[in-house]
Design a protein. Sequence first.
Length: 77
Amino acid sequence: MTPELQEYYDSQWTMFASKGWQDLIEDLETLEEGVENLRTVTNNDELNFRKGQLDILRLIMERKATCEKTFEDLHDE
């Protein structure tokens, strides 16, 4: 692993360990609950918009796990 890549992952671990990251994830989980409620969806456009919102929320919320998996894969090579 290059020093630059190691530095990148080190900064990711620092971010994931921060109170700010934990607060963000909690806020996004709360937001996700509201977006998942489909009772107010009235048409396909709104449904597709909600699906996009959920995709982005999950992308951010799963960032830590994705980085950990990628880092392990790189380390195993």
